[in-house]
Design a protein around this ligand. Structure first.
Ligand SMILES: Nc1ncnc2c1ncn2[C@@H]1O[C@H](COP(=O)(O)OP(=O)(O)O)[C@@H](O)[C@H]1O
Ligand SMILES: [Mg+2]
Length: 289
């Protein structure tokens, strides 16, 4: 028999899909949190995506994600097929494994994502959606306080950082975070797919209300690291947002590994490799050295 989720998760999915039964399980390989993620085949031949929380953090994130699906109706959201709350909630979604999940990014994909983000931006956020927490994003002051984790990444010299830091802190402080638009905040190739004529965004853990450009800015470093255009080709003249996004990664990427999410630091470094030169170029700082 192949790999299967824990029996408790199987039983809960069984209750959600009854009178159908789960008959086969395939683990979803991408994603960065420790949540359980599976595609389940049911006794009538249909399939569903199963996401199960495993601790307090993933439980809170999954509740936010479910709340998005239950209070917003939009083609850019996966259809919600079931929900079982509790200590570790379980969410059942439309199975999108047959959709196209980048990378590679194909010609036209970037424009389609920008169109989808325009639709997100045009969606009035439900009242419960919290304002984006500025402190969660801002990072350069933490690097100033203890630059060692960041410098250990070897992306720049100490001399470069000493010269650049005041400019990065100021620009980041001037970044416009507040706004009235619905934002996803975690737009990345592992959180979106192309299904027929839909672009579908999954993983709404961090849904917030904010400046809509945050979603574009947060996506661009990963897009570039996956072979896409330079961030400023999509978002020119946004040095403050470049400083903000680079600061988010700069204060995290060099920290010790997270035991329950061992691939997070790696993807943060990759994004920082694109975000930091973007900030340097757009602020007119010396080239990284
Ligand atoms: N509805 C879905 N159908 C099929 N696969 C999915 C679906 N949602 C997510 N996935 C796959 O599972 C991965 C992780 O899911 P995600 O919800 O982003 O979890 P995490 O919060 O751990 O990042 C995605 O990168 C994608 O490969
Ligand atoms: Mg994800």
């Amino acid at each position: 028999m192949g790999v299967r989720p824990p029996d408790s998760l199987i039983a809960r999915v069984h209750r959600l899909v009854a009178p159908l039964r789960p008959v086969a399980w395939t683990r979803a390989e991408r994603g960065y949190t420790p949540a359980e993620r599976w595609v389940v085949q049911l006794s009538d031949g249909s399939t569903a995506f199963v996401k199960g929380a495993v601790d307090e953090a993933t439980a809170g994130w999954l509740r936010t994600e479910h709340r998005v699906y239950s209070t917003i109706e939009a083609r850019y959201l996966p259809k919600s097929l079931g929900w079982d709350d509790g200590k570790n909630p379980v969410l059942l979604l439309e199975d999108l494994s047959a959709a196209y999940w980048p990378p590679p990014w194909r010609p036209g994909d970037v424009e389609l994502v920008l169109d989808a983000l325009a639709k997100v931006r045009a969606t009035p956020p439900p009242d419960w959606v919290p304002a984006q927490d500025r402190e969660r994003l801002v990072g350069w002051p933490a690097v100033a306080e203890d630059p060692r984790p960041f410098l250990s990444l070897g992306l720049c010299s100490e001399a470069w950082l000493t010269e650049a830091l005041p400019h990065l802190v100021t620009a980041e402080g001037d970044a416009e975070i507040d706004g009235d638009a619905l934002v996803h905040i975690d737009v990345r190739s592992d959180n979106l797919c192309f299904s027929g004529d839909r672009v579908v965004l999954v993983d709404w853990n961090h849904a917030a209300r904010a400046n809509p450009l945050l979603d574009v800015a947060a996506w661009l470093p990963s897009l570039h690291s996956e072979g896409g255009p330079l961030p400023e080709d999509i978002l020119p003249d946004e040095p403050e947002l470049a400083a903000l996004i680079s600061g988010f990664f700069a204060c995290r990427a060099g920290l010790p590994n997270i035991e329950t999410a061992p691939r997070v630091r790696g993807v943060q470094v990759e994004q920082l490799r694109s975000a930091l030169p973007w900030a340097a170029r757009s602020l007119g700082l010396p080239a990284l050295g």
